[in-house]
Design a protein. Structure first.
Length: 202
């Protein structure tokens, strides 16, 4: 087999989308999010310019997260959608679908919500601290309603002894939204998800 054929059969790994190169920026993000989890944070946000590699970085971090005892922490990702009208039924359906749940479209909004809570609680049992991570990519698309529903989700999981860490990922618009949150009207949202911030430069 000639070298030309070998080169064609075995493309350089950097040309393969599934190949992930650990960089200093990615490792720094990994350490930051790991610290959030170790301190019991309920959430935080990561922002960066478009095409800076945030999604790729989070894919690496998702696979690398471990508890202090070395157990894997289950991480799930949902790419935020833009609905003409956001409802709890639409949101729970979309998240369940993104998580690969086989019953994402069955039942009403309450059924889907309970299904999501049960699914995440079950996934959290794989580690000793009963912790699970939900990443919301393109989170700058979200409005107050979605954040309110995430507060409810975190509360109901906590009642089951599960720690949910919600990581919001987005553009500069997400950072600006965090800075504009009123401390009085939106204090519970700000305290849950926007007190911890990481900028990703790629």
């Amino acid at each position: 087999m000639t070298s030309d054929v070998l080169a064609h059969a075995c493309p350089h790994p950097l040309l393969i989308d599934r190949y992930r190169v650990q960089t200093q920026a990615i490792e720094q993000l990994h350490q930051t999010i790991k610290q959030w989890l170790y301190t019991g944070a309920t959430g935080g946000y990561v922002w960066g310019e478009p095409r800076s590699g945030k999604t790729t970085a989070l894919e690496y971090v998702s696979a690398a997260l471990r508890t202090r005892a070395g157990k894997p922490i289950r991480v799930f990702t949902y790419n935020a959608k833009t609905f003409s009208v956001t409802t709890d039924n639409k949101l729970w359906t979309a998240i369940l679908s993104a998580l690969g749940h086989g019953m994402a479209h069955m039942g009403n909004a309450i059924d889907k919500y309970e299904r999501l809570v049960s699914f995440l609680a079950e996934q959290a049992l794989t580690n000793e601290v009963q912790q699970v991570v939900l990443i919301i990519d393109e989170a700058q698309k979200w409005q107050r309603l979605e954040f309110e529903m995430m507060v409810d989700l975190g509360n109901d999981l906590r009642r089951r002894g599960v720690q949910l860490c919600l990581i919001l990922v987005g553009t500069r618009e997400l950072r600006e939204r965090a800075q504009q949150l009123d401390k009085h009207l939106n204090g519970h949202i700000r305290g849950r998800f926007f007190l911890r911030m990481a900028e990703y430069r790629g």
